[in-house]
Design a protein around this ligand. Structure first.
Ligand code: NDP
Length: 484
């Protein structure tokens, strides 16, 4: 079988890595190599940064409406190729095709259409300070932006950074995760098809420690928007901060899902199934610590375990599969090691807890049963460290104060979900729980205008809506005294 050779997209052209070397790209559902990824390094990033720097003056000077037209054209093309992109994303990542078709790719399309529109309505402030004095703020694009994204929602998170950076008038050097490069490659083709000017977007494939690090270190790349693990984020901050680069870091989470006695039981249960296991639990916003109030604990646990037992883990191409494969062998092993740790820490596996062996071409794929673990307290490693897989813990609580302390007991603070019909309690808890995003009686209900990001070790800065456009522009205040 000939393997598709992915290319870098630099200065408007598809090019080979300068070293000529490639990395293997695995299909998680079969465990086999199916394509080759450029193993790019500093020299490739230098070329990309040079092209982006050269393209910046023209792109940055275009009107918002002109840039908006390019972004809308990209959005339309993504829509046109939705099925091809969904299949590619599923093959690269292991997620079911239906999920990529219903969520990931439409959202990538919407990222471009949202920022194509948002930039046309973006404004800046003007203040009448006193008679004869006005202050106003110019918000100008900065230059070349570096965008680095993870593997869990490949095209969705890649475009969540690229679209606002371009809309605001910057040019971009971007690196997708080397684990899931295919949809970024297809995006390069789309940019060529819509005639995006050369150098405006450059996509360099390769390892984080080589290509990623070179982006962070490059002196002409003035800002870094990164989504990934907290450890990587800390490393990037240590390199970029002394260079005075603007930084946006969207990092890991260990999100609490808090269910009170008075919740809408069916809705809480059905949503908890999704918030625990959607995308094989590999969404930074998944609720991995489930706290259920004592009055409904046993009933909820039984119903949750019963439904989880019935979940279908299978071929990602089959629309009946509720879960597909884990993204890589390394991550598969990491998740299994956390299940072993949970047992060592005294946890009881209520369901799942093991790998699944499928038949035929999927016999070497990396599949894990959705897993629920009981009997662990909040301070153990299983409840403190990010597992990022289909593994959740469940624990009873009595009072609001008690569960707030559990919720806030980790170093993370990305997202929390609250289930209660008590309005005042919902607001009180939303105020007290240390998370950048709080969902009340819902999960993953996104409005792209809202600030997105985490507190504590879950990140620095916010993405989404005006926050993203502010990040990708530099405010310059002008004060004029026009009095005689
Ligand atoms: P990583 O931190 O391993 O990698 C993220 C990206 O950074 C990849 O493109 C990676 O390349 C690159 N990278 C790695 N090392 C460096 C480096 N030294 N310099 C520059 N770039 C580097 O995260 P994962 O890909 O494993 O993604 C999972 C993590 O992402 C989880 O912790 C999850 O919580 C988090 N995440 C956070 C979200 C949020 O919005 N807060 C959303 C989604 C995920 P390579 O692939 O080659 O390693």
């Amino acid at each position: 079988m000939t393997k598709v050779k992915i290319a870098n997209y630099i200065n408007g052209k598809l090019v080979e890595p300068l070293s000529g070397s490639y990395l293997d790209n695995y299909e998680p559902a079969t465990g086999r190599v199916y394509s080759l990824i450029p193993d790019s390094g500093e020299a490739d990033v230098n070329l990309a940064a040079k092209a982006a720097k050269a393209a910046f003056p023209l792109w940055g000077e275009l009107s918002a409406n002109q840039r908006s037209k390019y972004l809308s054209a990209i959005s339309d093309k993504i829509n046109e190729k939705l099925e091809i992109l969904a299949e590619a994303e599923s093959r690269d990542n292991g997620k079911p095709v239906w999920l990529a078709r219903e969520v990931d790719i439409p959202r990538a399309r919407d990222n471009f259409s949202f920022f194509a529109t948002a930039i046309r309505h973006f404004d800046s402030e003007s203040h009448y300070t006193r008679k004869g004095v006005i202050n106003y703020t110019l918000r100008k694009p900065i230059g070349v932006a570096g965008c680095i994204s993870p593997w869990n929602l490949p095209l969705y998170l890649f475009t969540w950074k690229i679209a606002p950076a371009l809309a605001a008038g910057n040019t971009v050097v971007a690196k997708p995760s080397e684990v899931t490069p295919m949809t970024a490659y297809l995006l390069s083709e789309i940019c060529m098809e819509v005639g995006l000017p050369a150098g405006v977007l450059n996509i360099v494939h390769g390892l984080g420690r080589d290509a990623g690090n070179a982006i962070v270190l490059h002196e002409d790349i003035k800002m870094i928007s990164f989504t990934g693990g907290t450890e990587t984020g800390a490393h990037i901050a240590s390199v970029a901060a002394p260079m005075f680069k603007k930084l946006s870091l969207e990092l890991g989470g260990k999100n609490p899902n808090i269910i009170f006695d008075d919740c809408n039981f069916e809705k809480a249960l059905e949503t908890t199934m999704r918030s625990s296991f959607r995308n094989q639990g590999q969404i930074c916003l998944c609720g991995s610590r489930i706290y259920v109030q004592k009055g409904i604990y046993e009933k909820f646990k039984k119903a949750f375990v019963d439904r989880t037992d019935r979940m279908i883990v299978g071929n990602p191409k089959d629309d009946r599969s509720e879960m597909g494969a884990i993204v890589s062998q390394q991550h598969f092993e990491k998740i299994l090691s956390y299940i072993a740790l949970a047992k060592e820490e005294g946890g009881t596996v209520l369901t799942g807890g093991q790998a699944v062996k499928l038949d035929g071409e999927h016999s070497e794929g990396w599949f894990i049963r959705p897993t629920i673990i009981e009997g662990l307290d909040s301070s153990c490693r299983t409840n403190q460290e990010e597992i990022f897989g289909p593994v959740v813990t469940i624990q009873p609580f009595e009072t609001e104060e008690e569960v707030t302390a559990y919720a806030n007991s980790t170093g993370y603070g990305l997202a929390a979900t609250l289930w209660t019909e008590n309005l005042t309690r919902a607001h009180r808890m939303a105020d007290q729980v240390q998370s950048g995003i709080i969902w009340i009686n819902c999960w993953l209900l996104r409005d792209l205008r809202t600030p997105f990001g985490g507190m504590k070790n879950s990140g620095v800065g916010r993405e989404g809506g005006w926050e993203a456009l502010r990040f990708f522009t530099e405010p310059k205040n002008v004060c004029i005294d026009y009095s005689e």
